[in-house]
Design a protein around this ligand. Structure first.
Ligand code: B12
Ligand code: SF4
Ligand code: SF4
Length: 376
């Protein structure tokens, strides 16, 4: 079976992808790097990466017969994401959940390829939530180069790139690696607020704000709360400081025409930071459907809002934070105590909460807040 490579490129562009490249269906030497990363404990509590270890290292073992990767990228560059009253959101999560938006594009591309003769059921599609090393596959196909921030940067689009791929039994001529490299630049390593880029190309996810604010359930380690600064969801610092951000959609002005799914989700435009702290179960279910921010869970978003309010020195948030000391969610109670500790360490409310608190972790948080624990 053959489908002309030119036709595949045209169909991918018609499906709405900014870049399409062909490469091998295996991650090459990065498979061993991934295994070493897992063994070093750097995945934190992202157990799904451990569970899928073998599949991630060798996609051909489950995507039977896969010969080529059709690597795709979508340029999501644009203005920074914010909620009213402070609180920053990583750009990739500002619009409609990209898993859905790109998933639709991927399915339509697969359908078109099947209509052109690719046998049904042979093409595996994925974006993010798929057991492959997307960065390795993209870099090998020539979408961009692997940068010191660990991201894939496309020479003409920069680092704000979402990746997606089709693993296919089609024989497609490999494009080979993309030109470009970080050279002597180390801006992202120097700017990372938590030191999570432990060496060029290597992230310790446990320290990364994208992990602590999105993936991590339960308390955020105390020493990572102040460095979180204004980040409510994710973190774009290693992307923002990169000189390659002057390329692609990011370089267009704020009023430039951009794909519809990049427009801020209504929830982001209608909620303030305080509103997120006090987000009810019903409002969360009603207003936050269809955003990538749901990944953090309601508890995580409220926890993050408490941290940001503390970091911003928002004295107007004291009454809401005091109410949060009585919330049924112990994670929120603990982080509200931390934020109050930063705002007014001797608060009578903290003493009252301590008297009634039975959860040992929350008690420890309240005591640390009252003591003005220097680590927080
Ligand atoms: C788990 C995960 C995370 C974790 C861990 C990230 C990490 N770097 O390990 C956390 C939650 C921290 C995270 C954060 C972010 N993520 Co993320 N994440 C993933 C996911 C699901 C798996 C990544 C993984 O397997 N990590 C393990 C490490 C070892 O692999 P890696 O990140 O691919 O790194 C490669 C290189 O570093 C290289 N390598 C490792 N060690 C060494 C050593 C040397 C010497 C060399 C040369 C190379 C090398 O090997 C690795 C494999 O290719 C992928 C989707 C997927 N299925 O691949 C998205 C993905 C990587 N994330 C993505 C994004 C956008 C982000 C954020 C920018 C989101 C944000 N703004 O908050 C941040 C960026 C943080 C950063 N600097 O990496 C995009 C990246 C797109 C791109 N252009 O690169 C992906 C591909 C999702 C997608 N479909 O677009 N993420
Ligand atoms: S996303 Fe933020 S915390 Fe994570 S590596 Fe990049 S700069 Fe550091
Ligand atoms: S900031 Fe510099 S070192 Fe980091 S990814 Fe960009 S070019 Fe590479």
């Amino acid at each position: 079976l053959t489908i002309s490579p030119t036709l595949v490129r045209e169909l991918a562009a018609a499906a709405g992808f900014d870049l399409v490249r062909f490469g091998p269906a295996d991650p090459g030497p990065d498979a061993a790097r991934f295994a070493a990363w897992l063994d070093a404990g750097r995945a934190g509590e992202m157990h799904y990466l451990h569970r899928n270890r073998e599949r991630i290292m060798d996609p051909a073992a489950w995507a039977k017969g896969a010969r080529s990767t059709i690597a795709l990228a979508f340029d999501y560059g644009g203005p920074p994401g914010r909620v009213a009253g402070g609180g920053r959101v990583a750009r990739y999560a500002v619009g409609r959940d990209y898993h859905r938006a790109l998933g639709n594009r991927l399915r339509s591309l697969r359908q078109r390829l099947e209509a052109e003769g690719a046998p049904e059921g042979t093409i595996k599609i994925g974006t993010d939530a798929v057991p492959v090393l997307e960065r390795a596959l993209a870099a090998r196909a020539g979408i961009g180069f692997l940068a010191k921030s660990a991201g894939v940067i496309a020479p003409h689009h920069g680092p704000y790139l979402l990746l997606a791929e089709l693993l296919t039994p089609l024989e497609l001529p490999p494009d080979g690696p993309a030109p470009g490299s970080c050279g002597t630049c180390t801006r992202c390593l120097d700017a990372c607020p938590t030191g999570a880029i432990v060496a060029p190309f290597q992230i310790d996810a446990r320290r990364c704000l994208s992990y602590t604010t999105i993936e991590l359930r339960g308390p955020i380690p105390r020493e990572l709360r102040a460095p979180q600064g204004e980040w409510l969801f994710g973190c774009d610092v290693c992307l923002e400081v990169c000189p390659f951000t002057s390329r692609g959609r990011n370089a267009l002005g704020p009023d430039a025409e951009r794909p519809a799914e990049l427009r801020p989700h209504a929830a982001l435009e209608s909620y303030s930071l305080l509103g997120i702290l006090e987000l009810s179960e019903q409002d969360y279910a009603r207003d936050w459907t269809g955003t990538a921010m749901r990944r953090a869970t309601r508890s995580g978003l409220r926890r993050n809002a408490a941290v940001v309010l503390g970091n911003l020195g928002r004295f107007d948030a004291v009454p809401a934070l005091e109410r949060a000391l009585a919330d049924p969610d112990p994670v929120l109670r603990g982080h509200a105590a931390w934020a109050l500790g930063r705002l007014e360490p001797d608060a009578a409310a903290l003493h009252r909460a301590l008297a009634g608190e039975t959860d040992p972790d929350v008690r420890a948080e309240i005591r640390a807040a009252l003591a003005g624990d220097p680590r927080g």
